[in-house]
Design a protein around this ligand. Structure first.
Ligand code: WT7
Length: 637
């Protein structure tokens, strides 16, 4: 693989950027021509942000797995595609070469076909971080089924909501998953979800933890038994299904400012091209590099920078089953040393949580293989940035601060490692092909440098969200109706004197907890399900490790003699309804909530109180009952 589109100098960046703006179609067509197509496209782009309707490489036919697997076989068949490190450091690691991964993907695609899966069917994947998850993802893509991976931290109820929304008839899961000292009973959570999902035809279960599971006759099958059947068939090759450039590749659910998560839909060709292009440029990937992205495949980061970006580039992608602090806080550094990792891509939350354990842990390992460090998911504070730079990169590794979203498919704003300048806590400059714009509340462009505004994008890039599954109108109202002819990100940003972007955080009611997106309305709905709760309001507050913590104000008419027990009950309810990742950090019981005369909760005031800014609450005289503010202030946690 060669990457003629890999930008090598700052000067070249500037020139390519200009070209991408003056002739976007020509720019992307040149990159797209580097991939394997079954049929070339007729037209590069058709778009409007009104409906919205965005189509890239119209008429083109391809299969993303031919680009991620088959095309590497001629020259790189024996190169490791996936290196897998177990949760348990004493368990032997696994390596799958491109040839072996190709064979396993074909095998599992046969399993899917033997069970009646067809092009276009939706398949839900609820698995731990094992190679079989990547194999299952790719097998879906090979047969043309739309995968929807659900992170292991979501509850049965959340899974059921997603299964119903996607009308997914197939599930692939494991008996359980290891995460640190925990063993998560995945199949049993699926069984609970399926009580309300009778349309599910098949559940294929891979054995990982040997946790006892109930296997329902006629519905549940063991992965291993199904593979045996394909072996009996003689392991035939599985010809990749011919997909249209715009056919959906996957659905990934994410939270918004309303109660119901939405299914973000990504396309086949555009997503492939953009994840590859951004991977090669941002991380400055060189042939033979070992790339370690610490995210879970249950999030977009894992989709784009563990699976599709690296594999489409023929890279070696390291997959880690465990957590950064198990068996101790040296685990990441141990992995870097063991596999001579060249590129490390992680979240500010992980860095902050490891900083707490001191510099002895990284100092104990040989980190000299590292060339590039990356962060993603939330703003990185300068202290964490400098720690990462000094104690992990030893001041010789550029740090890329990559800003993007589930909806953008790939990195949109980031420095290019060692090519464009880095600046602590700044995502810096857009990738060529990306046209950011800042606007004020009225949608008027904020021009010049040293300014701030709401971050929008004014021209489509190939991996832009195509729709929200089953509800295109929701896609329009959420992203394309706030400002005319612009994609609205939901983030606020500064553009500094040098023209570098600094993302300041969400401007909507969405929280970013440990780099995971959680809607306040979703958490409120879950809290309100508890029988003693009358009403609740949820806001974010600055949290030293997680970036943001979840602060809940709750009006409770149940027994409050034991406040601690009531809090635990509410927390258990949230865990049951959404999953452990949405548990509130603080629950304050209040007599009332600050509301306007029209009944709207004044979140601004609640946010200030949660942040501890009690002096600057602003005007409270217009409230229905200004006295509640005083009460909330005095009983603040
Ligand atoms: C939100 C998207 C993108 C993969 C992981 C999260 C925040 C993301 C950065 C960054 C500051 C960032 C934004 C964005 N965010 N990267 N480098 N600097 N903020 O994906 O769950 O879709 O969340 O994460 O607020 O809107 P997501």
């Amino acid at each position: 693989m060669s990457f003629p589109y890999q930008i090598k100098t700052l000067e070249q960046y500037r020139q390519v950027y200009q070209q991408s703006v003056s002739d976007p179609e020509g720019f992307w067509a040149e990159i797209a021509a580097q991939f394997t197509w079954k049929k070339p496209w007729d037209k590069v782009l058709e778009w409007n942000f009104k409906e919205p309707n965005v189509k890239w490489f119209i008429g083109g036919k391809l299969n993303i797995t031919e680009n991620c697997l088959d095309r590497h076989l001629a020259e790189n068949a024996n190169q490791p595609a996936i290196i897998w490190e177990s949760n348990d450091p004493s368990e032997h690691h696994r390596v799958l070469s491109y040839k072996q991964l190709h064979a396993k993907v074909c095998q599992f695609a046969w399993v899917l076909k033997n069970n009646g899966v067809k092009n276009g069917d939706r398949i839900c994947l609820y698995m731990g971080m094992i190679p079989e998850l990547a194999i299952a993802v790719l097998a879906c893509a090979r047969i043309g089924a739309v995968h929807s991976v659900i992170f292991g931290g979501f509850s049965a109820q959340s899974i059921a909501d997603r299964l119903q929304d996607a009308q997914a008839e197939y599930i692939i899961t494991c008996d359980g998953a290891f995460r640190g000292a925990k063993d998560i009973p995945l199949k049993s959570v699926i069984d609970d979800a399926l009580v309300t999902c009778p349309f599910v035809k098949r559940v294929i279960v891979y054995t990982r933890t040997r946790t006892p599971v109930s296997m329902i006759k006629g519905r549940d099958l063991w992965w291993e038994d199904e593979i045996n059947k394909v072996e009996t068939m003689g392991n035939p090759d599985f010809p990749a299904e011919m997909m249209d450039a715009e056919d959906p590749l996957f659905i990934l659910y994410t939270s918004g400012s309303t109660g119901k998560p939405k299914g973000v839909v990504h396309s086949s060709a555009g997503y492939m091209i953009y994840t590859n292009y951004s991977f090669v440029n941002v991380f400055q990937y060189q042939k033979g590099d070992v790339h370690f992205c610490t995210a879970d495949i249950g999030w977009i980061t894992g989709h784009s920078y563990i699976v599709y970006g690296p594999l489409s580039a023929g890279a070696t992608s390291l997959m880690f089953e465990g957590v950064p602090t198990f068996p101790d806080a040296g685990r990441f550094w141990n992995i870097v040393q063991k596999y001579k990792v060249n590129i490390l891509y992680t979240a500010p939350t992980a860095i902050r949580s490891l900083m707490v354990f001191g510099t002895e842990f990284p100092a104990n390992y040989d980190l000299s293989s590292l060339k590039v460090l990356g962060t993603v998911g939330e703003p990185i504070n300068e202290e964490a940035w400098h720690w990462y730079d000094e104690f992990i990169g030893h001041k010789k590794c550029p740090i890329v601060d990559t800003w993007w979203q589930t909806e953008t498919g790939g990195i949109l704003i980031s420095n290019l490692a060692g090519v464009t300048p880095a600046k602590p806590a700044h995502a810096t400059l857009p990738l060529p092909g990306v046209q950011p714009i800042l606007v004020d509340e009225n949608g008027k462009e904020v021009e010049g440098n040293g300014v701030s505004g709401n971050l929008c994008i004014r021209f489509p890039w190939p991996s832009i969200i195509r729709t929200t599954y089953g509800d295109h109108e929701r896609c329009r109202t959420t992203y394309f109706s706030t400002y005319e002819n612009l994609y609205f990100t939901g983030d606020g940003a500064l553009r500094d004197e040098e023209g570098f972007y600094r993302i300041t955080g969400r401007v909507d009611d969405v929280l970013n907890v440990s780099g995971h997106r959680i809607g306040t309305a979703e958490v409120e709905n879950a809290i309100n399900m508890h029988h003693g709760v009358v009403e609740s309001a949820v806001v974010g507050y600055p949290h030293e490790i997680k970036g943001q913590g979840i602060y809940a104000y709750v009006i409770y008419n149940g027994n409050l003699e034991d406040q601690d027990l009531a809090r635990k009950d509410i927390t258990a309810t949230v865990s049951r309804i959404i999953g452990p990742i949405a548990k509130p950090d603080k629950i304050q019981f209040v007599g009332g909530l600050p509301k306007t005369r029209s009944g709207k909760i004044m979140r601004r005031i609640l946010r200030k109180i949660a942040e501890g800014e009690l002096q600057s609450l602003g005007d409270t005289t217009t409230l229905l009952d200004p006295a509640v503010v005083e009460e909330i202030k005095t009983s603040r946690l």
